[in-house]
Design a protein around this ligand. Sequence first.
Ligand code: ADP
Ligand code: MG
Length: 343
Amino acid sequence: MNGFSAYFGRQRPAATDPQLAPPAAPFVPPSPPSPLGPLGVVATPPPAQVPVAEPEVAEVEAGDRLGPTGRPLPHLPIPPPLDKHGPAKVIALCNQKGGVGKTTTTISLGAALAELGRRVLLVDFDPQGSLSVGLGFNPHEIGLSVYNLLLERDVVLEDVICKTNIAGMDLAPSNIDLSAAEVQLVQEVAREQALSRVLAPAIADYDVVLIDCQPSLGLLTINALTAADGVIVPLECEYFALRGVALLKDTIEKVGERLNPRLEILGLLGTMFDGRTLHSREVLKTLVDGWGDDVFHTVIRRTVKFSDSTVAGEPITTYAPASPGAQAYRQLALEVLARCHAA
Ligand code: ADP
Ligand code: MG
């Protein structure tokens, strides 16, 4: 695919490897302290609360030889700092299914790449505007958006870009206006290349451009795939998540053949993984059996911290910097950079 195996020089173990399924330590939620004493009267509060580790803290395979995908974790070097920026690698976050972690991955991966000194541009390419909201922007207060950029010839990228609270990470925001673009673009010349054309000035200034796609395979998504060098496919670790992947692969291949020969699948990312359930582990195993090294070694576990950070309007890397979710996206950033350089 992209020289990744050559880069790490590792083979994935046979599918029958018994170590593929890590032993599940059942998580027993701590029972809340009862306000009533043994005699049914209000008791004095217990002396000291013993802190209870969140399940995912216990689940981290730090030091384990095999990662959650059942393959040996590769050594992921911290890339050296950059003395100049660009040319940018353009990556589309794409899956026609909604609620699989596209937007969360765009924000968190972008912030993790910015921590590594990369200049990152996030492009909100979903009319729902969740990426913009997730970074604390009010969709009604956005001035010029990606919609204006696509359809008004006197609007340039610079007019649309907003700074985020994360140093080195900018946003091209969107709101519901973008839904009209899908219809209006149909009449344009080179309608599939519209995004690629307007993003061209960003290539020299940024190191990574992440495009958060809408949950469909319509014209906007085709535009994102035409503008991209690579695609990351976030997939919820649920059985039904696997069903749409073949269709998505077909679309990516068609765009690759007809519109954008640079395009490649950078990786499939398991999200909302729950290592305590056999179901989640089986889905991940099926994914690795079918897609091999296309599946990222990094797996994002299910945790409410992601929803909390969305409400707070900031990435998990700053909202809960030491949390396993933040660490996982930092690892993903290293893996993405390794795959980009090995391509
Ligand atoms: P998409 O962009 O594919 O529609 P989102 O990134 O918006 O998906 O995620 C859908 C919902 O799931 C959001 O509420 C988000 O906070 C939540 N979420 C995303 N990733 C995780 C995760 N790893 N664990 C738990 N909740 C998550
Ligand atoms: Mg989204």
